[in-house]
Design a protein around this ligand. Structure first.
Ligand SMILES: [Mn+2]
Length: 336
């Protein structure tokens, strides 16, 4: 039988250190990264529930507002937004799902790596550990899944709401079990979470099947702009400042939009051109379905990212950006 990245240790040293730190301290500040996602937010809320059941105090502070789809999460009213800070001093800080220190944004002004006792819990491959103590597992789908294994290993008090939060962390970070971080281990952990009474259909309806009318009106404009080049290998959408102004929306609501041109059958590259708030600048977000390294492509323009997903901020109009990027990508595609 194939034994993959399942936790094997009888003695999980990092977990014991975290457990000891919780036992020795009483008041915790909890935070995560800017551009808050489901894993970050739900990990914060789940950990808070467990700490409170242990009789500890815990306060969540983030720089960003939680996206609207998470408005149903139990305990959400406890989440504070910078510059609001806890009413009391804390003696421990949890940084969850952070990736790297600078992703904490403005909270770095209130939290000090030198003075504070920092407990870093993360699954990012890029992380080097920025805590006084760290519990890091790059082989696991999400920080939420790592927290579940920690709670289980340490016999910490779980309940249905904690299970729900960890479930949301996992389904969002795995793209509903569709990204390559989804493993048999993930499904086994999720099966256990469901045994606490998690309602998968309800959660899916709340997280993935709700959009504001304004957001859909913006999407309608994006769809109306959908175009392909002469041979259909490149597809793109365009949104201008007036599209945001007239629908009362912001760029925060467009995170998934680039997936639409990318999904066109025959398209090798999907692109989203967006006029930025800063006048005379255009954001070019690109996704690749082929072996064209978009990070390498973006670098000469001062952009970057990953091989399959990269972005560039360009000076000039949308038409200037189209005139530069489309022919340059056609040339690159011809080389494949
Ligand atoms: Mn994550």
């Amino acid at each position: 039988m194939k034994v993959e990245n399942e936790r094997q240790e009888d003695s999980w040293e990092e977990a014991q250190q975290v457990l000891e730190a919780i036992g020795a301290r009483d008041r915790f500040l909890i935070t995560s990264h800017v551009s808050l996602d489901g894993d970050a937010l739900c990990s914060e809320l789940a950990l808070t529930r467990v700490l409170e059941k242990l009789g500890k105090k815990a306060w969540i502070v983030n720089e960003a507002q939680p996206p609207h789809v998470y408005d149903f999460l139990p305990g959400l009213e406890k989440v504070m937004r910078w510059p609001a800070m806890p009413p009391e001093d804390w003696d421990g800080v949890f940084v969850l799902d952070l990736g790297k220190w600078s992703r904490m944004g403005k909270l770095t002004r209130a939290i000090s790596a030198e003075k504070d006792f920092i407990i870093d819990i993360d699954h990012h491959r890029s992380t080097t550990g920025c805590g006084t103590i760290s519990m890091i597992d790059p082989g696991i789908s999400s920080t939420g899944e790592l927290l579940y294994e920690f709670f289980k290993y340490s016999n910490l008090p779980m309940d249905r709401d904690t299970a729900l939060l960890l479930y949301v962390a996992i389904i969002t970070d795995t793209g509903r079990f569709s990204f390559d971080n989804t493993t048999a281990r993930t499904h086994r952990n999720v099966a256990e979470l469901m045994e606490y009474g998690v309602d998968a259909q309800y959660i899916s309806n709340m997280v993935f099947r709700r959009q504001t009318l304004a957001q859909l009106q913006l999407y309608k404009r994006a769809l109306a702009s959908l175009s392909v080049n002469s041979d259909g290998r490149i597809a793109w959408i365009i949104l201008r400042r007036k599209d945001f102004e007239e629908t009362g929306t912001t760029a925060l609501m467009t995170q998934e939009f680039v997936e639409t041109p990318r999904s066109v059958v025959g398209a090798k590259i999907g692109i989203f051109f967006r006029e930025m708030e800063e006048a005379g600048k255009v954001k070019v977000s690109m996704r690749s379905n082929v072996e064209l390294d978009l990070n390498r492509f973006a670098m000469p323009y001062g952009g970057g990212g990953h091989a399959a997903a990269a972005g560039i901020s360009m000076k000039g109009s949308v038409e200037d950006a189209l005139g530069k990027i489309i022919p340059a990508l056609e040339t690159e595609l011809d080389k494949l």
